[in-house]
Design a binder for this molecule. Structure first.
Ligand code: NAD
Ligand code: USQ
Length: 442
């Protein structure tokens, strides 16, 4: 293990960002030029600001909503791209710059997306963005979202909590002071709950104690400084929703998989990012790439770790449902946003079986767990509220793995094998040698 180079830490400490205040891209194209964007919904016309709209979930959501007639603005400081540059990583898919993305989307769909490049931790930038766009809903994806990244060292732990917690407080103040009727749709995580030995409710639990009863926020046990930043966000949102009468929805999302949505596949320049490395890659997406390149599937420890999962096509739909059915003012509503539960071992079995159908010889290896987490545990989380509002899930059994494997095979020449190994150990500082070697060799 070695520590990350000093200059990386320095640049993170000053929050890398690309600033261009209120730099809306006016790439307007006449609707007749495009074919996308005809499937309007009941929310068409709603002004939605998507913070983190250049990221994996945010980009797919921005296009999904824009295609359905919502007026979309993307706010992003592009820091996710900076992490790749600093750590020598790259997405499996060749993604275009955000400026080219929105321009291409206007050509393909005829729909204009506003683009504001800047950091929501910078109050002046956020204030100006909110004042110019005047959103009716803000969807907040704009956080450092990797648990391993937050555990690299003290600098990254502090960066993660500062970026996420302060960014969210700024968003709450911006709503209070500029757009008090705006609905905040905030991305939380199922990992806020940890893995308790009782059923996980949707946000709140009714407790009887010494003869009295109350409904309280469900106990939180984050498993990394990243997950804990989401816990802090939830507490801050809970408080602010009541103090300032703001309507908030906290979407406790599970692990997202997949890459294709109708809109991001409409043109190569619209393709979404796909992380498979040991820092930003998530379990199922990583296993698919590992199977495609003949790397054994990396089960951390015993593999009984169980989590909620969902297809990215359901992420975008869940966000739309939350926008179309807003919370009440003064309420922090919580939805558990996943569709199925799997253990890591369940996932490896599914991928072995599906891989064999494509002629892939999929091996599985148990590697020492770099994290501190339960490897065998009870897990039963509720997720009914989004379905009650109309979510029709894409399930893993619906042939998705087959098409994801085919997708990964198409892009396998871009895979850097050195990036696949787990790169961060919860008990040590720095990134493992393989990762840094990869960074150097790139
Ligand atoms: P991502 O890293 O791909 O996207 C996040 C985007 O936010 C990036 O484009 C980044 O540049 C931007 N950003 C970060 N800090 C910012 C700041 N201070 N100002 C402006 N922009 C900023 O992450 P993702 O996978 O799309 O996740 C989006 C959200 O969903 C995150 O909040 C994450 O915690 C949550 N989530 C993701 C998953 C998953 O499996 N990907 C699962 C559950 C929850
Ligand atoms: N795991 C392996 N092998 C791997 C990668 C992961 O066994 O190669 C295990 C991990 O140890 C963990 C589980 O798979 O037990 C999930 O890990 P992950 O990397 O897929 O997910 P996680 O770190 O929890 O974070 C991801 C997103 C985060 C989001 C979270 C949802 O990066 O933004 O909040 O999923 S949840 O897991 O519900 O908290």
């Amino acid at each position: 293990m070695i520590a990350a180079p000093r200059h990386q830490m320095m640049s993170l400490a000053i929050q890398p960002c690309v600033m261009s205040r209120g730099s809306a891209v006016q790439a307007v194209v006449s609707p007749s030029q495009g074919e996308m964007g005809t499937a309007h919904s009941s929310g068409a016309g709603t002004r939605v600001m998507i913070i983190g709209g250049d990221g994996y979930c945010g980009w797919a959501t921005a296009l999904h909503l824009s295609a359905r007639g919502y007026k979309v603005a993307i706010v992003d400081n592009l820091v996710r791209r900076t992490f790749d540059l600093q750590l020598g990583m790259d997405t499996l898919t060749p993604i275009s710059s955000i400026h080219d993305r929105v321009k291409k989307w206007a050509e393909v769909s005829g729909n204009h997306i506003d683009l504001m490049v800047g950091d929501i931790c910078d109050w002046d930038f956020l204030e100006q963005s909110m004042e110019s766009f005047r959103p009716e809903a803000v969807v907040h994806f704009g956080e450092q979202r990797s648990a391993p990244y937050s555990m690299i060292d003290r600098t990254r732990a502090v960066y993660t909590q500062h970026n996420n917690v302060i960014g969210t407080i700024n968003v709450l103040y911006a709503i209070k002071e500029i757009c008090p009727d705006c609905h905040l749709v905030k991305l939380g995580t199922m990992g806020e709950y940890g893995t308790p030995n009782i059923d996980i409710e949707e946000g709140y639990i009714t407790i009887e104690h010494n003869g009295r009863t109350d409904t309280l926020p469900y106990p939180k046990q984050g498993g990394s400084f990243y997950h804990l930043s989401k816990v802090h966000d939830s507490h801050n949102i809970f408080f602010a929703s009541k103090a300032w009468d703001i309507a908030c929805t906290d979407l406790n999302q599970g692990v997202v998989y997949g890459v294709r949505t109708e809109e991001t596949m409409a043109d190569p320049a619209l393709i979404n990012r796909y992380d498979y490395d040991g820092i930003f890659g998530t379990a199922l997406n990583r296993f698919v790439v590992q199977a495609a390149v003949g790397h054994p599937l990396t089960v951390y420890g015993k593999g009984g770790q169980t989590r909620g999962f969902l297809d990215i096509r359901d992420t975008v739909r869940c966000v739309q449902i939350a926008i179309d059915n807003p919370a009440n003012k003064g309420e922090m509503r919580v939805f558990n946003q996943f569709t199925e539960q799997f253990s890591v071992n369940d996932l490896t079995k599914i991928i072995s079986t599906e891989g064999a159908k494509l002629g892939l010889d999929v091996n599985i290896v148990s590697v020492p767990n770099p994290r501190v987490e339960k490897e065998e545990h009870y897990y039963n989380a509720k997720c009914t509220k989004l379905r009650d509002l109309g979510l029709e899930p894409h399930l893993l059994s619906d042939g998705l793995i087959d098409s994801l494997l085919t997708f990964a095979l198409e892009h396998k020449d871009r895979v850097n094998m050195d990036l696949i190994k787990p790169a961060v150990n919860w008990k040590k500082s720095g990134v493992v040698d393989a990762m840094t070697n990869a960074a150097v060799s790139k």
